[in-house]
Design a protein around this ligand. Sequence first.
Ligand code: PMM
Length: 311
Amino acid sequence: MQARRCYTLPLPAGPPLVLGARTLVMGVVNVTPDSFSDGGRWQDPGRAADHALALEAAGADLLDVGGESTRPGADPVPAAEELRRVVPVLERLAGRLRAPLSVDTSRAAVARAAVGAGAAVVNDVSGLRRDPGLVGVVAESGAALVIMHSRGFSRDMYRDACYGDVGAEVARELQASIAAAVAGGADRSRILVDPGLGFAKRTGQSYAALAALGRLAALDRPILVGPSRKSFLAGRADGGPADRDWATAAAVTAAILEGAHVVRVHRVREMRQVAEVADRCRAALEARRRVLAAGTAGAQAPALAETPRSV
Ligand code: PMM
């Protein structure tokens, strides 16, 4: 475990995103009929907006609105349909949230409309490979950009799931995407990176990418991780995506101990609790490491801020 660096990301409006002091929780709002976990639940724009407001009330620091399923095998939807799903939700939320809005899209046209409707973050699961125009929208608008690692696209992503060293290859490919973003005019200080758990990665490869999260620290950008309910978390008695929240909690904890700054999840209230405890564990482990490094092994680690409890 290494110390987590702190970053302050400027956003087009409102206060900057402060990353590293505590883990931020990004709530998922999928306005799709076919997402693997919550497809069809929030298709009505009013219900989707209410869901976003409920996630903020539950403790979300960011809200990620998406209009195209990225599950393996999903067919792409036309841009007009993605716009029709996402923009009315963002418009309904404008001025009603403190948490910045993110749009989960790989298309420039959707990113442009979303930023116009108030999104402050563009979350591109294609890592800038799908639409070369997307980086221009980010550069012009000053939106923050999440560059997620993947290979191929939804329909064929497992074809390229061949790695010698997952952690090293993910870090190298993300580095190349950052360079492409900067060459396209994006501000490096507004970029986050994401190892893309489950994207072009089979089960063992997703765990390897999670275990190698520390390698991404070399990119010197904040790290976002999205393990929520994914199939790599399915245990022997798996009841489907909605049955994977305990497993998600384990992966969220591992991600935070390995350096994640933001976790993207469906169950915000619960994962906020998990993140708080994982942050306290991080702080205790870092303090203990400092004590050991100072050569005072056996001395007491500095006490964490205490909240008195009866039990
Ligand atoms: N996963 C999904 C969609 N978007 N974005 C980022 N940055 N990272 C992810 O891991 C990610 C994502 C797929 O999950 P969903 O269908 O629950 O949204």
